[in-house]
Design a protein around this ligand. Structure first.
Ligand code: EPU
Length: 417
């Protein structure tokens, strides 16, 4: 079993460079198979979700070269079953639904995996495919989605789902006629995927707004794309700077993508000093408590609510985090309480009473961002902590050990029985 071994309490100084966005890369990689010619993706983060997607590509007989960029050639693609073992390694395996449907008119795939936040339905994805003319059958845990012909349609999403928006875009890009996705999600990752498809010759407009229009095209030609910087990774390290930074610089940031986090951190009393490519932060002693409500972009991201909880334990007074996206994203609370936080859960709200001095402890990550919250807490608490289930964290944080060691953190991975 792998664990993080962390000796916390040391101030961090130096520069952390943010990698490419996980949630962009995991959609861009499946999107590449829609292309009738080779594609190249730059700035792909070094995360285990990437490797899980490469395994799926190889199962589909897609050529992949993973060097300083990812070269994907799907000219010899074979439309094979994506079984449970491949599919459950990550959430984003579901993007092969839209991509294979768009490319081949048919896909057989098991239900996707990903972190467990209660029920994570994909009904909106399936509804979108059906609107485009596909027939969906669920048999023995395998979705068989097939269309004689995909035709553009007017689609309304009951909820602005990131996954459904991207998946429908992938399925519609070669459909005959015009597709409109109404109440589309507006996350920057969606814009990144639309740019990649447009670079191939797709005709997508409105990505980043709540109405996306897709005019179907017959062929998609070779293209390149660069993965945008990861706003959640950036946010996690900005929060770390507020906890134990000493002139800690976080660079490769798109500030506009982080507006809600930066505003809330300023409300707490944190100073952001602008540098050429990012921000410099130094931890302060007295922070004010705040209230946060997670919302779809451009609201406060649910993916940063867990790391933010760690910072709120260091504010003087009671802070609230109201989680509105997922039914159950409170897996980090019990572990933070083990580390001497004082947090109660009432319904969908975490009530954080601060300030409490975080203490080192042996804890377990329940999911990716819960793991990040615990890494931040363990780096803050003076003394030795261990964190189990680090596989979750390695799914989403590129080169986390190297990045943290470079700024002076005492963190390593140890193997135990
Ligand atoms: N939902 C439905 N039906 C659907 C789709 C979604 O009910 O068909 C519900 C979900 O159950 C959930 C909510 O809508 O309660 C949000 O789901 P959404 O589809 O927007 O999220 P997702 O595509 O499953 C992506 C990211 C998540 C991130 C969310 C919200 C990927 C691979 N995952 O998930 O990232 O939390 O958008 O921004 O892009 C993470 O990085 O830690 C992570 C969980």
């Amino acid at each position: 079993m792998k664990k993080f071994l962390i000796n916390g309490g040391k101030p961090l100084t130096g520069t952390i460079t943010v990698s490419g966005a996980k949630n962009s890369a995991v959609a861009l990689i499946p999107a590449a198979i829609l292309c009738d010619e080779p594609t190249t993706i730059y700035n792909v983060p070094n995360i285990s979700d990437k490797n899980a997607l490469i395994d799926i590509l190889q199962t589909l007989n897609v050529e992949v070269k993973d060097t300083n960029c990812l070269k994907i050639n799907a000219q010899k693609l074979k439309n094979r079953l994506i079984n449970q073992e491949l599919s459950t390694k990550l959430r984003a395996s579901y993007y092969f639904m839209g991509a294979l449907l768009g490319k081949k008119g048919e896909v057989k795939i098991a239900f996707p995996g990903g972190c467990n936040f209660g029920e994570r339905k994909i009904d909106l994805h399936l509804k979108g495919f059906e609107c485009l003319g596909a027939h969906v059958v669920l048999d023995n845990g395998i979705y068989h989605i097939k269309a004689k012909e995909l035709k553009g349609a007017n689609i309304y999403l009951d909820f602005a789902s990131v996954g459904a928006t991207i998946n429908i875009m992938l399925a519609a890009v070669k459909a005959e006629g015009i597709t409109k996705i109404n109440n589309a999600a507006k996350e920057p990752e969606i814009v990144n995927v639309a740019s990649f498809l447009n670079n191939m010759g797709a005709k997508i407009s409105g990505a980043g707004t709540s109405t996306i229009t897709i005019e179907g095209v017959k062929t998609l030609t070779q293209a390149i794309i660069e993965v945008i910087p990861d706003r959640i990774e950036a946010g996690t390290y900005l929060i770390l700077g507020a906890l134990i930074g000493k002139d800690l610089i976080i660079e490769n940031i798109i500030e506009q993508h982080l507006t809600p986090l930066i505003s809330k951190m300023q409300e707490i009393g944190i100073n952001f000093e602008r540098t050429e490519k990012g921000f410099k932060l130094t931890a302060k002693k007295n922070y004010k408590p705040i209230n946060i409500k997670t919302l779809p972009y451009p609201g406060f991201p649910t993916d940063l609510a867990q790391p933010m909880t760690t910072l709120l334990t260091q504010c003087n007074g009671t802070s609230l985090i109201d989680e509105t996206i997922y039914a159950n994203r409170m897996g980090h609370i019990a572990a933070l309480n083990q580390m001497n936080a004082n947090i109660k859960i009432k319904g969908q709200t975490a009530i954080i009473c601060g300030k409490t001095k975080l203490k080192p402890c042996n804890v377990k990550a329940s999911d990716l961002r819960a793991g990040a919250a615990l890494v931040l807490a363990a780096l803050t608490a003076k003394g030795q902590s261990t964190i189990e289930n680090i596989e979750y964290v390695l799914r989403g944080y590129s080169n986390i050990i190297e990045k943290l060691q470079n700024v002076g953190a005492d963190i390593k991975i140890i193997e135990t029985d």
